[in-house]
Every structure is written in structure tokens, then in C-alpha cells.
Design a protein around this ligand. Structure first.
Ligand code: TXA
Ligand code: MG
Length: 344
């Protein structure tokens, strides 16, 4: 549970229109009172995020949903019953109460009830909605500890609530429920398999860079050229191909290739690092092997810390072996592809 004095400071700060970084089960958020236009504008300024790129409104429980969302379809109720509080963001029609600055002028709003004791205590005490993106500068790696937030945002954030390392470690799964068929806009902490189970029908997959497919028809998820110009879909604003990027260049590779590729790069004098699910044999001497990230769930939890560690160690090229694309491994692989995408 959060320290009551720190919690109180955070609630007062939100009421005063200040910015509060807080832990959720996925990543740390940079929060402001969603009803306070000036406060929300400061989020964009601090993040360096383009305006028009909408924010998720965090609420304390599904009981207040109707204050924020209109025309809530039955499938939303099913998903909420199954997965809230939890790492699932729903895109729904917004009510008039949601300011334009939160939604980038859209008639929809992203909503979620986070599952973290500190976030839940903050939302319960505050009472209103908290608009919050991940608490990092735009395009950078999301923070999964309070230290990450302080290192990124420094004095630009008024209060940082420390809830320890985030247990999921990747952002929430986002599903748009405003069309005829539910659309997956971002893979994340809640697996597609569990979503599809509860939806019980089609789910259109908008997460693939360069195309879409139906998540329920089990086509090879690796298909399709990655020619995304940076906007996977106008319905998934902010899912730019190049995103979640550390300073190091990320190169995706395989267990079989990593030692050879590492040696080749190291021979050019480049500082090379390796991140993989398990230890790799036969890495040439100057190559820095980061502590293995484990299988899907552990990999998800550790990924962003490892990417930050690579930067601290001065690694120029990080060779990454992704976990198998199953369960939350799908979201890990998605983030790695974006981190590896050439930057503009
Ligand atoms: O796990 C998470 O979702 C974290 C924690 C803090 O809750 N938040 C997070 O926020 O990842 P952010 O802003 O970094 O990513 C939110 C994504 C963006 O890609 C944004 O475009 C999308 O949600 N989004 C928000 N509202 C939307 C809307 N009305 N329509 C479509 N996409 C929306
Ligand atoms: Mg973000």
C-alpha cells in the first residue's frame, strides 16, 4: 500500500492541476486531472508529445464509466467484467464531459481501470478521472520503475509515487469497440487469446505494421512487409512504427545467428550487446551479454529495464533474440519490432 502522506500529496497535486507520476501494473503513468484542460496540456508539453495524440483516462472503477463513455456496447460490459481492473484499455464513444485535449478532438475516449494498489488508492481518493500517458519523453522507452521516471522527466513532474517495479512491464492492450467489429489497436499485457475467448467473435488486428488481419483466423502473425510510414492506422494514433526506442540501435536476430553477427559487429569496433531469453554460448569476448530476460512474462516485465541498461552501458548495437510469439510474447515482439524500426 502507498504511504498515506505521499498519497495525500499526490491527490492535492492533481486537484491543483499539477502532474503526478504513478505506478500501474503495466508501466508508470504521467497523470493529470482529466477534467482540467491546462493540466492536460502540460502533459503534452512535458512529454514533447504531438497534440492530437489522445490520452487514456484512468478511472477508479467501472461504476463511473457512464460519466466518460456513451453507447457502451454489450461486448464492453463482457470485457470489463472479465478484465477490469487490469491491463486492458477500451476505446468507446465519449461523453460531452471529456475535454477535446484528452481525445485529440476525437469523438472517442480510451478508458481503463488499472490494477495496482497505488493507482487504485490514488484514483479512489482523487475521485475523478486521471488522463495519463506513459511517463517518458515522446518516442522513448516506457518507465517501469520510479527511478526511470525521475531519470527521464526530472523536475518536470511535480510528484512521483513510488510503487516499485511494474509487475506486467508492458503497456495495456487497446481494443476499439466503436465499430461493427472489435479492433485490436495495441497488443499488450492482456493476451489476444484471452480477449478473443471473452469476445467470442471476430477481433480485427490493427497492430501489424503495414497491414491488418483477423486475429481470430490464426494466420501467420509474422506475415506482411514492414513498410509502415509511421501511422499504422488513423484509428490507432500513436502506434508509430518507430517507438519505444532506446539510444542503442536494436537489431533483431535469432539464437543461431547471434554469436556470428555479434562477432562481425565487434570486429568493426562497435560496442555490441546481447539480450536473449536465456544465456548464449560462444559469444566473442568484447560482447556485453545482458542478464537473460527469460520467457514471455518475465521478458515483458524486464524488457524496458534492459533497454535502459543497454544505454547506460554505452552499447551501440543491441542484438536481441525475442521470446516465442505466444501469449504476452506477442506484445514483446511488437515492441521489439518498433524499437528496431529505422528512426527518422
Ligand atoms: O498501460 C498503459 O496503457 C499505460 C498506463 C500508464 O496506463 N499508458 C499508456 O499511454 O501506454 P500512452 O499514452 O503511452 O499510450 C496510449 C495509446 C496511444 O497510442 C493513444 O494513441 C491510444 O492509446 N489512444 C488513447 N485514446 C485513444 C482513442 N480515443 N482512440 C484511439 N487510440 C487512443
Ligand atoms: Mg507511451
Amino acid at each position: 500500500m502507498p504511504d498515506p502522506a505521499a498519497l495525500d500529496r499526490a491527490v492535492q497535486a492533481l486537484r491543483a492541476g499539477a502532474l503526478v507520476a504513478f505506478p500501474t501494473e503495466t508501466v508508470y503513468g504521467l497523470g493529470a486531472d482529466a477534467a482540467n484542460v491546462d493540466a492536460v496540456e502540460r502533459i503534452y508539453a512535458v512529454k514533447g508529445r504531438p497534440v492530437g495524440h489522445p490520452l487514456i483516462v484512468h478511472i477508479g472503477s467501472a461504476e463511473v464509466l457512464d460519466a466518460w463513455a456513451d453507447d457502451v456496447p454489450p461486448v464492453a460490459r463482457l470485457l470489463i467484467d472479465a478484465f477490469w481492473p487490469g491491463p486492458l484499455t477500451l476505446i468507446l464513444r465519449r461523453t460531452d464531459r471529456v475535454p477535446d485535449v484528452v481525445t485529440g478532438g476525437r469523438d472517442t475516449v480510451g478508458l481503463r481501470v488499472p490494477d495496482h494498489p497505488v493507482a487504485r488508492a490514488l484514483l479512489a481518493e482523487f475521485g475523478g478521472g486521471v488522463a495519463a500517458p506513459s511517463a517518458n519523453r515522446y518516442g522513448k522507452v516506457s518507465p517501469t520503475t520510479a527511478e526511470h521516471v525521475r531519470a527521464d522527466l526530472g523536475a518536470d513532474v511535480d510528484v512521483v509515487l513510488d510503487g516499485g517495479p511494474c509487475p506486467v512491464g508492458l503497456e495495456s492492450t487497446i481494443v476499439d469497440l466503436t465499430g461493427d467489429v472489435p479492433e485490436l489497436l495495441r497488443s499488450g499485457g492482456l493476451t489476444t487469446a484471452r480477449l478473443v475467448e471473452v469476445i467470442g467473435g471476430d477481433l480485427l488486428d490493427r497492430t501489424r505494421m503495414g497491414g491488418s488481419s483477423t486475429a481470430t483466423d490464426h494466420r501467420d502473425p509474422g506475415q506482411g512487409p514492414e513498410h509502415d510510414p509511421g501511422q499504422a492506422s488513423s484509428r490507432a494514433p500513436g502506434m508509430a512504427a518507430s517507438h519505444y526506442a532506446p539510444a542503442a540501435t536494436i537489431e533483431l536476430t535469432t539464437v543461431d545467428e547471434v554469436a556470428r553477427r555479434g562477432a562481425e559487429l565487434a570486429a568493426t569496433g562497435c560496442v555490441v550487446g546481447v539480450l536473449a531469453p536465456h544465456a548464449i554460448d560462444a559469444l566473442a569476448d568484447p560482447i556485453i551479454e545482458l542478464e537473460p530476460a527469460g520467457q514471455a512474462e518475465e521478458y515483458a516485465r524486464l524488457l524496458y529495464s534492459r533497454l535502459r541498461q543497454a544505454d547506460r552501458l554505452g552499447i551501440e548495437v543491441l542484438l536481441v533474440v525475442a521470446p516465442p510469439e505466444r501469449g504476452v510474447g506477442i506484445a514483446v515482439a511488437d515492441r521489439l519490432r518498433r524499437a528496431a524500426h529505422p528512426r527518422r
